[in-house]
Structure formats: C-alpha cells, structure tokens
Design a protein around this ligand. Structure first.
Ligand SMILES: NC(=O)c1ccc[n+]([C@@H]2O[C@H](COP(=O)([O-])OP(=O)(O)OC[C@H]3O[C@@H](n4cnc5c(N)ncnc54)[C@H](O)[C@@H]3O)[C@@H](O)[C@H]2O)c1
Length: 252
C-alpha cells in the first residue's frame, strides 16, 4: 500500500520552522507542509538548504545555521523573526547519530552528539518560544527516537541525547502548555533516510526489520504525517506526549 499524505490539513496561515530540512524526515515534512499551504523557514547546516527551499517555490526560505552554535541560532532567529514577524510551529528535527562501542566512545563525538541533538534542540526552542508565548499560541515538535526509551548497541551518546529530548519536552510542555504552546516528541524506529539506513545496512538491517512487529522500517512520509498532526489544531489537547512510531518494537 503506497502512502498518501493527508491532504486535509490547512496550514495556509502558519509560519513553520523546520531544522535539518535539507534531507530525510525534515525534507519530507517540508514538502508536506508546503503542500498544506504553510510558509516554510528551513534551517540546515548544509548549504543545499537554499535549493531545497527554492524547489518548494515562494514564499519558502532556506537558512544555513548550525543549531549547536548559540550565536548562529540567535542570528538566524532574529533575522527570521524580523522578516516573518512570528513563528507558529517549530519542528526540532536536525540530528546526528555517530556510533561506537560505549567503552571506546570518543569524548569529542559524545560532546558533538549532545551539542547537536540536545543542546541544538534547546537553543532553537529557546529562540522561538518567547514569541509563541507572547502570542499565546504555538506548537513545538521534537524528534526523539525509540533510542530514547531502549538501549541500542553502539548508540550510547544517541540514546542519552534522545532520552534528554524526552525530559526537555516534558518540562517545556509543563511550563508552556498553560500559555498556549504545546510541546511534544516523536520517537520513530529506524526510518528509511540516509541517517537511518547508514546504521542499519545489510544483515544487521534484515535482523532489525524482522524484530519489528510490522516487519519493516518507517518511511519518512509516515513521520512527516505525525508531525503534521501534532502541529494541527486537532492536536490541541496533546501536550508532553512521546508518540512512538516504531511498528510496536518497544512493546516487546
Ligand atoms: N532515520 C532514522 O532512523 C531516525 C530514527 C529515529 C529518530 N530520528 C531522528 O529524526 C531526525 C531526522 O533524522 P533523518 O534520518 O532525517 O536524518 P538525516 O541525516 O537524513 O538528515 C538530518 C539533517 O539534519 C542536518 N543537520 C545535522 N546536524 C545539523 C546541525 N548541527 N545544524 C543544522 N542542521 C544539521 C543535516 O545536514 C541533514 O540535512 C533526527 O533528529 C534523528 O535523530 C531518525
């Protein structure tokens, strides 16, 4: 069965920031939000983000920024807010997943993983939440992972960073929910993107697929569809959730 994005969402009045939108899940989410009428502000460390934005047409824009760098985030956010006035939805999606055995995990790789996956998501939320809180409305969707709630070999820094995303999501949801801003996390199993497939190629991937009750990995479009739901008006009562999209892997 091929997956058709839900065409019923209307984001025509929404300014949507997506980090890590040059590839994978972020890019797929950008395409679905664009089809639903949103004005997209796409952030990535890759310069190709300008081409991704222009391929989606006007009025979408691409911004080169490293989300782990506070100055880079603040500079981009200030420019974005002065250009668009406000941001309605933030999809905190950019992430990395370097792997190594826990006992040999290089410290600089640990620090980089935390800096991008956890600090970066915090910096971007911190940059856009005040405007959302001032307007009394907003949506923040943080990409976590099944790795936030289970151990996966070689993933010590990734698991720790994604567990941190759940903790951060819980606190933000508690503090900002009463002020009109919902904050939720999404935790996919392996998704068929460059990041997902690079860690799960060959026989290792076959074994991983076989261990998932639905017997397959997730598609980027399926994760984008959940992002759209959490960003929608229909999800106003969903706050502080961690939506597992794992084919049932973590129930075993
Ligand atoms: N693919 C999976 O199997 C999977 C599973 C669970 C969770 N996730 C999470 O979903 C998110 C997206 O994953 P993906 O598979 O689409 O990844 P991807 O590698 O395909 O794309 C990630 C994008 O983020 C950008 N990026 C990386 N570091 C950045 C930085 N410091 N600043 C700005 N941009 C940066 C990259 O340039 C790239 O465009 C990540 O947070 C990832 O941890 C992915």
């Amino acid at each position: 069965m091929s997956f058709q994005p839900n065409a019923s969402y209307d984001f025509s009045n929404a300014v949507v920031v997506i980090t890590g939108a040059a590839a994978g899940i972020g890019r797929q989410a950008a395409e679905q939000f664009a089809a639903a009428g949103a004005t997209l502000v796409l952030l990535d460390r890759s310069e190709s983000i300008a081409d991704v934005a222009s391929s989606l047409g006007a009025p979408h824009t691409g911004w080169v920024a490293d989300i782990s760098d506070a100055e880079s985030v603040t500079a981009a956010a200030n420019e974005i807010l002065s250009l668009f006035g406000h941001v309605d939805i933030l999809v905190n999606n950019a992430g990395i997943g370097p792997l190594a055995p826990a006992e040999n995990f290089p410290l600089e790789t640990w620090d980089r993983t935390m800096a991008v996956n956890l600090r970066g998501a915090f910096l971007v939320a911190r940059a856009f939440a005040p405007g959302m809180l001032a307007r009394g409305q907003g949506r923040i969707i943080n990409l976590a992972s099944q790795a936030a709630v289970i151990g996966i070999e070689g993933h010590v820094a990734y698991c720790a960073s994604k567990a941190g995303i759940i903790g951060m999501t819980n606190c933000m949801a508690l503090e900002w929910g009463p002020r009109g801003v919902t904050v939720n996390a999404i935790s996919p199993t392996v998704v068929e993107t460059e990041l997902g497939l690079s860690g799960w190629a060959g026989e290792k991937g076959e074994r991983a697929r076989a261990a998932i009750p639905t017997r397959r990995f997730a598609k980027p479009a399926e994760i984008a569809a959940a992002i759209m739901y959490l960003a929608s008006r229909e999800a106003a009562m969903v706050n502080g959730a961690n939506l597992m999209i794992d084919g049932g892997y973590t129930i075993i």
